[in-house]
Design a protein around this ligand. Structure first.
Ligand code: ADP
Length: 330
């Protein structure tokens, strides 16, 4: 085992890591990368359990190389996660900083989504060095092409739709599948393109209901056995949409809300690699004395952006892909 001896100028002795908000597959691989990369640099790592709630409560334990053994392939997060309203208050943030100081932690890695990044932004604002690592299945963080967990969730959705397709072929029905994505249509769009869905509804694009019913009828006339419509949850309820469609077309419709299965499962290779790279990069940035930045991947290069900038930008979906999905499902 080779450890890199700290070079002059790096006085960082102890860092912390937490996962917060919605969990995503690959968070464990990111935690492992943070812990191992830090120990490699002779820095101690403390795991903060249950996100900002655990930070306030002082639920903090030292991690060793072995603490993160056998987790790279597991979904969820070994540090658990929580939502914590108290951390949105100045008092809550100050309590968190007191705990960090009490444990001698000098820098923090926050793995989570945009809500968690707002917490990280607050810590940075109070002068505490903090780096954000994007972990969410929604793929909705500006400044990175992909977030940790998106690829796994995408494959989970594809797998579920493939199964629905098998049974769908046996009946002549319209299947509506609601997928996660409160504000972002990436999961719906990518899954729809990968699964040849007839129609994809995403929050970033308006849809024409009459056009949808027209396409369904046209498909039926040319002998299509079934149709698959994917609805991102941000557009509205799949159930309600199914009901509306049934009333408008008189076609049999079946609605499946995929729900939390999309958050689980063993992370894909792509997510494990992404998590390992981003987690390690976060430690490198702390070592370089950076704070208030989020790490990301753009055009397969590791990048980092100011957290204020990342949070002020709006996530955008690739509308060319949306157009393509429509062109391919004529
Ligand atoms: P995600 O990180 O998945 O987007 P949430 O939006 O639920 O999840 O945020 C996770 C946690 O981050 C919240 O429960 C809260 O503790 C913290 N957080 C969110 N917004 C803020 C804020 N404006 N200031 C401080 N902390 C915040």
């Amino acid at each position: 085992m080779f450890f890199r001896v700290s070079e002059g100028g790096n006085s960082l002795k102890r860092i912390g890591v937490l996962t917060s908000g919605g969990d995503s597959p690959g968070m464990n691989a990111a935690i492992r990368a943070v812990v191992r990369k830090a120990i490699y640099h002779d820095i101690e790592v403390y795991g903060i359990y249950y996100g900002y709630a655990g930070l306030i409560a002082g639920d903090i334990k030292k991690m060793e190389l072995g603490s993160v053994g056998d987790i790279i392939h597991r979904g969820g997060t070994m540090l658990y996660t929580a939502r914590c309203e108290e951390f949105k208050t100045l008092e809550g943030q100050q309590k968190g900083i007191e705990q960090l100081k009490k444990f001698g932690i000098e820098g923090l890695v926050v793995i989570g989504g945009d809500g968690s990044f707002q917490g990280a932004q607050k810590l940075t604002g109070h002068g505490f060095p903090t780096i954000g690592v994007p972990g969410t299945i929604d793929n909705d963080i500006p400044g990175t092409d992909f977030t940790i967990g998106f690829d796994t969730a995408l494959n989970t959705v594809i797998d579920a739709i493939d199964k629905i397709r098998d049974t769908a072929t046996s009946h002549e029905r319209t299947y509506i599948i609601e997928v996660m994505g409160r504000h972002a249509g990436d999961l719906a769009l990518w899954a729809g393109l990968a699964d040849g869905a007839e129609t994809i509804l995403i929050p970033e694009a308006d849809y024409d209901f009459d056009q949808i019913t027209y396409r369904l009828k046209r498909g039926q006339e040319r002998g299509k056995k079934h149709s698959i419509i994917i609805v991102a949850e941000g557009v509205g309820s799949g159930m309600e949409f199914g009901q509306r469609l049934k009333e408008a077309t008189n076609m049999e419709t079946r609605v499946t809300v995929l729900g939390h299965i999309q958050r689980g499962g063993s992370p894909t290779g792509a997510d494990r690699v992404l998590a390992s790279r981003l987690g390690a990069k976060a430690v490198d940035l702390l070592l370089e004395g950076k704070s208030g930045v989020t790490v990301g991947i753009q055009q397969n290069k590791l990048v980092y952006h100011d957290i204020d900038e990342a949070l002020s930008k709006k996530h955008t979906v690739d509308l060319d892909m949306y157009t393509l999905s429509q062109e391919l499902s004529i």
